[in-house]
Design a protein. Structure first.
Length: 182
């Protein structure tokens, strides 16, 4: 990679000190030089997707989300699992990014999911649901970019092995070739 690869990061937890927010910050702060990580804040300001309000680019918060993801080369969700699936805030962001149908900001972009949750399963169902939803929305899901880390016996923000896996997933996403236009 000779140019900088820009990765937009959608954090599925709204808590300021959530483990997943800290993971996103670690990825931003420790990413290789050729990777720029843009953590997109303000997902809690975006109204639930409603086609009636999605006119002229939609509300400003949704338009800003679309703009920043549109400017990125890749998209990474860093998310916990809520009740066996992805948090509503992440699902809503994907909904906004999927419109207009077939031409949303996420269409054709390599997409990956990582994160941690304090269960033995590490968020694997949320990660699978986020990947499936993003794929249906038109993203190019990169299967090798997944770290579903149980945060029961290990702190994923301090464990060197987990941090290495997270950074490896980020690099894999950055190196994934985007889908070619038909």
């Amino acid at each position: 990679m000779t140019d900088t690869t820009r990765i937009a990061v959608l954090v599925g937890s709204l808590r300021a000190d959530s483990v997943n927010r800290r993971i996103a910050e670690i990825l931003r702060d420790e990413s290789p030089e050729a990777i720029e990580v843009d953590i997109i804040d303000g997902l809690d300001q975006i109204p639930f997707y409603n086609e009636d309000v999605d006119v002229d680019g939609g509300p400003e918060a949704a338009a800003a989300l679309r703009r920043r993801v549109g400017e990125a080369d890749r998209v990474l969700a860093v998310t916990p699992e809520y009740n066996g699936t992805m948090p509503a805030v992440l699902n809503n962001a994907i909904d906004w990014l999927s419109r207009p149908y077939g031409a949303g900001a996420i269409v054709g972009k390599p997409f990956g999911v990582v994160g941690a949750t304090p269960t033995p399963y590490g968020g694997k169902w949320a990660h699978a649901d986020a990947a499936r939803s993003a794929g249906i929305a038109g993203a190019q899901v990169v299967e090798d970019v997944t770290v579903s880390q149980p945060a029961v016996d290990v702190d994923p923000t301090t464990d060197p092995e987990v941090r290495a896996r997270l950074l490896a997933a980020l690099t894999t996403l950055a190196e994934a070739a985007p889908a070619q236009a038909a």
